[in-house]
Design a protein around this ligand. Structure first.
Ligand SMILES: NC(=O)c1ccc[n+]([C@@H]2O[C@H](COP(=O)([O-])OP(=O)(O)OC[C@H]3O[C@@H](n4cnc5c(N)ncnc54)[C@H](OP(=O)(O)O)[C@@H]3O)[C@@H](O)[C@H]2O)c1
Length: 322
């Protein structure tokens, strides 16, 4: 593992590029299969990635967590597993936010069973449920921390005020928001707060769900069932502007010998306060490419071109979060 980075002040060290294990759950990513998913996990590990991000709800029945156990069970002590609780799927396919203490505890126990381990390294509250007081959810995770079911606690999809309220009851070591070249809302408040508190920021969507991987052509038609079609960044004028932006990234990449995906993830990793970037992949080739995004910086002239590309892109319409 090159230049490992510490999660908060936990003593847990992780690779800059982490594998996001949502695509292998096969719920909104198409053409996912067991063999490719295991190969993706194994390849990530072989490339020096030690950080695997999953959740109770990644898969109708925890398929993502089960795949991690199957693919990397023998490497348990060499890898860092983050999972999340507070969100699940009903049998009819509807998504339910439930962050009550009893639910968080039950989901944590189930996650440990699926992962075939007796602890995770990082346990996040996946999202607030809008009803349960955050102090109650935080209290539950604090108990799981004290019992050693997790080595650290994090929060995801909370705003600044909510994160602070949670942190007051249960010390937060990591925060997981959306963040990438075109989604930079956290720079105004969450990122500075995390930096001042020594909390790791571990963003999701560094590739903006594949848009910043640069492989979706301008005339790409999303197949039925591809979960991306619903987001504004893949629609109409926003799509055209994003494609123009990706073309400029491609030009920069060609000059410095990097791909669009590597430029996009590298930018995230070089922002102050960012610990790791959660790069989703469903194929070994994809994580092989993004694994090459860490441990380098753009030459000054290319960094300037990137700033210019951002200026020309202008502010995107908020693409939303989970
Ligand atoms: N806390 C939360 O609420 C939350 C929400 C979302 C995600 N997450 C976490 O963050 C991770 C990242 O998010 P994500 O997986 O949704 O999106 P992402 O990392 O922004 O994009 C991943 C997608 O980009 C495409 N891709 C990746 N590498 C590529 C490459 N080298 N070449 C071409 N295409 C490539 C693949 O899609 P195709 O092959 O299908 O084009 C892949 O599924 C998740 O896996 C999950 O662990 C957390």
């Amino acid at each position: 593992m090159q230049n490992p980075r510490e999660i908060g002040s936990t003593g847990i060290h992780v690779s800059a590029v982490a594998l996001g294990c949502w695509p292998i759950a096969g719920m909104t990513s198409l053409d996912v299969n067991h063999t490719d998913s295991l190969a993706t996990l194994r390849t990530a590990f072989d490339l020096g990635i030690n950080f695997f991000d999953t959740a109770y709800c990644y898969g109708a029945n925890g398929e993502s967590e089960q795949l991690i156990a199957e693919g990397l069970g023998r490497q348990r002590e060499q890898i860092v597993i983050a999972t999340k609780g507070g969100l699940h799927w009903e049998p009819d396919g509807s998504r339910v936010f439930d962050a009550r203490p009893a639910t968080l505890r039950r989901q944590c126990e189930e996650s440990l069973q699926r992962l075939e381990t007796d602890y995770v390294d990082l346990l996040y509250l996946h999202a607030p449920d809008g009803t349960t007081p955050l102090a109650d959810s935080a209290g539950a995770l604090s108990e799981l921390l004290a019992e050693g079911k997790t080595r650290a606690v994090g929060v995801s999809n909370l705003d600044l005020q909510q994160s602070q309220a949670f942190h007051a009851t249960c010390p937060v070591s990591a925060l997981q928001p959306p963040y990438n070249l075109l989604q930079r809302q956290i720079e105004t408040d969450l990122l500075p707060w995390c930096r001042s508190e020594g909390i790791s920021v571990i963003p999701y969507w560094p590739l903006l769900k594949g848009l910043l991987a640069g492989k979706l052509s301008r005339d790409h038609q999303f197949a039925t069932g591809d979960g991306r079609a619903k987001y504004t960044m893949f629609q109409g004028e926003e799509w055209e502007k994003n494609q123009d932006f990706v073309d400029r990234l491609r030009q920069i990449g060609e000059e410095v010998g990097k791909t669009v995906a590597q430029i996009a993830v590298n930018w995230v990793l070089n922002q102050p306060g960012i610990t790791s970037a959660l790069c989703g992949a469903k194929r070994a080739s994809q994580i092989t490419e993004t694994a090459g995004a860490g441990d380098w910086t753009l030459p000054a002239s290319a960094a300037q071109q990137l700033e210019e590309a951002l200026r020309l892109r202008g502010a995107p319409v908020a693409p939303g979060a989970v």
